[in-house]
Design a binder for this molecule. Structure first.
Ligand code: CP3
Length: 342
């Protein structure tokens, strides 16, 4: 059987047509997703129902024929498995019981004890491994420790991660211990995902952009490096994508510093800059502004083609700079795929 296009790209192979998938490709912009979510009851019930989670993972593969399927789950399931309360407020987003003290930290579970809660997620991957078309790559994922910690500390999403930055400044030992716990638990979680069938794993550091200077090295680079080294030791050859979102100039050298095979780019960096400075170290993925999936039209096509051209000299996986939004038009996904493959 021919090697899958996503795996070729992550090995560094230059392909005439880049493989394509989209962040949040299973989601509210698809009517079939909204129907399955209603059937499950709510978002968390959907995540923990292996049959229905596999179903929503497969929906965009059936509809669009993407080159990769990403496990349907959420980065906040891991802190939940560590013992942090998690719920979603309708129309607002995630809520967690904040952990900010040594006492709070001491009550959390050990890294190796996350599997009982997360067993249904591994079951979803096993179903997907059976049901995906043979050419489609199965991607598992986790949040990067800084991003996950920012939700655990604040108890919610925060625009500038101020509560996490404050704890880092006021009680660095507790902050660092929380990051370490999440780092170790992430290795256990992703390793179990690989054993269940994930062929690639991706680390989402959605809030890396607010880490400055040495903090970026300590809390974006170092945890990613530890996770990647531990995973590659357990699973030699496992391809890993890192997404230090809004890292700006710090995208340069990130793959080398962490050992990642691919780096996902947000849409704030220039594709030409990234081709010269980031793609030299390996595969790049991303960069298209998700707003174009709402807007559509000639600009969607011209921007997609511009990105394909900019990255045509190296390994490239086509994707957006961030997740596709609920107001996106599914027909624009067909137009995008046509522009990239056509
Ligand atoms: O990409 C995929 O399709 C895979 C599934 C996936 C989800 N979340 C499903 C989801 C992935 C990879 C994530 C990652 C995630 N979750 C991140 C990192 C990536 C990013 O977007 O920056 C973060 C920060 C979260 C935390 C999270 N989950 C928030 C802040 C929210 C609420 C915002 C929103 O869009 O409602 C979620 C909910 C969530 N996760 C949804 C989905 C499809 C929407 C839930 C719904 O159906 O209402």
């Amino acid at each position: 059987m021919a090697e899958k296009t996503i795996l070729k790209a992550l090995r560094g192979e230059v392909q005439a047509v880049p493989p394509i998938w989209l962040m949040r490709q299973a989601g509210r912009y698809l009517p079939e997703y909204r129907a399955t979510r209603a059937q499950a009851g709510d978002f968390l019930k959907l995540c923990y129902n292996p049959e229905l989670a596999a179903e929503v993972t497969l929906q965009p593969i059936r509809r669009f024929g993407f080159d990769a399927a990403i496990l349907f789950a959420d980065i906040l399931l891991l802190p939940q498995a560590l013992g942090v309360d998690l719920w979603f407020e309708t129309g607002e987003g995630p809520r967690l019981t904040p952990v900010t003290t040594p006492q709070g930290l001491a009550q959390l579970r050990a890294p190796g004890d996350v599997h009982e809660t997360l067993a249904p997620i591994y079951e979803t991957l096993k179903i997907l491994k059976r049901e995906l078309p043979s050419e489609t790559t199965l991607i598992g994922f986790a949040g990067a420790p800084w991003t996950v910690a920012s939700y655990v500390i604040a108890g919610r999403g925060t625009p500038g991660q101020e509560p996490a930055h404050a704890l880092k400044a006021q009680d660095r030992a507790t902050f660092a211990a929380l990051v370490d716990l999440i780092t170790e638990a992430t290795v256990e979680y992703l390793s179990a995902q690989v054993l269940a069938g994930a062929e690639v794993v991706k680390l989402f550091d959605s809030w890396a952009g607010t880490l400055q200077g040495a903090d970026f090295d300590d809390f974006a680079v170092a945890p990613a490096r530890k996770i990647i080294a531990a995973l590659k030791e357990r699973h030699p050859g496992l391809p890993i994508i890192a997404f230090p979102r809004e890292a700006g100039a710090r995208y340069k050298g990130f793959a080398r510093a962490t050992g990642a095979d691919g780096v996902a780019l947000d849409n704030s960096v220039s594709a030409d800059w990234a081709a010269a400075e980031v793609q030299v170290d390996g595969c790049v993925q991303g960069n298209l502004d998700p707003k174009l999936m709402v807007e559509g039209g000639a600009r969607l096509v011209s921007e997609a083609k511009r990105i394909v051209r900019a990255f045509s000299g190296g390994a490239h996986i086509f994707n957006l700079g961030h997740g596709i939004t609920p107001d996106a038009d599914p027909d624009n996904v067909h137009r995008l795929i046509e522009a990239v493959r056509g």
